[in-house]
Ligand binder design. Sequence first.
Ligand SMILES: Nc1nc2c(ncn2[C@@H]2O[C@H](COP(=O)(O)OP(=O)(O)OP(=O)(O)O)[C@@H](O)[C@H]2O)c(=O)[nH]1
Length: 205
Amino acid sequence: MAKAYDHLFKLLLIGDSGVGKTCLIIRFAEDNFNHTYISTIGIDFKIRTVDIEGKKIKLQVWDTAGQERFKTITTAYYRGAMGIILVYDITDEKSFENIQNWMKSIKENASAGVERLLLGNKCDMEAKRKVQKEQADKLAREHGIRFFETSAKSSMNVDEAFSSLARDILLKSGKSYPEYRKFQERRTLIVLVSGKQQELVLFIQ
Ligand SMILES: Nc1nc2c(ncn2[C@@H]2O[C@H](COP(=O)(O)OP(=O)(O)OP(=O)(O)O)[C@@H](O)[C@H]2O)c(=O)[nH]1
């Protein structure tokens, strides 16, 4: 039987508790929204397949708990992610300041070369805005990553954000390893060669 997708990309959402990570994933995967706040315990994932550049991309989107007490569990999932979405809440300045710490956590725990994306969520709450778009634009430019303001409630920019990350991963994998495009999945392992850390990339058919 033919495979239902051409590529499988694993994405991960991180950011402070309550910024809307779960709601963004539910909006993206199920086109739904709920006002009730149930804090994520540990980790969970949802799946949606999207069409990008004529390819079927299956996105496995992992949702992490923002609470500090789950940090050991959640950082263990960074290594397997090909794309990491950093989320803050535009009405919560602290969640924006903490993006620097989440960036640090990526550096310490994720694979080198992981694609990153910055999202300022809850942009439907303009009256309560605390973080200006220009501040986040500047931060994203400093880190060389894309930035969107989103609303899981109104669905503004949600599909666009996930698709742009998937497109960047697709382009990157095609550029770096053009002869391996036909393979379905890419896994990166960190191995020690003569005491030095090296990336070993496996292509799975
Ligand atoms: N107005 C508005 N509210 C939102 C939006 N996204 C999420 N919320 C609300 O914010 C609260 C927290 O959302 P969650 O998605 O559970 O937050 P989280 O980041 O997953 O939180 P943790 O699981 O604790 O890390 C809920 O009450 C949501 O209804 C949005 O775009 N706009």
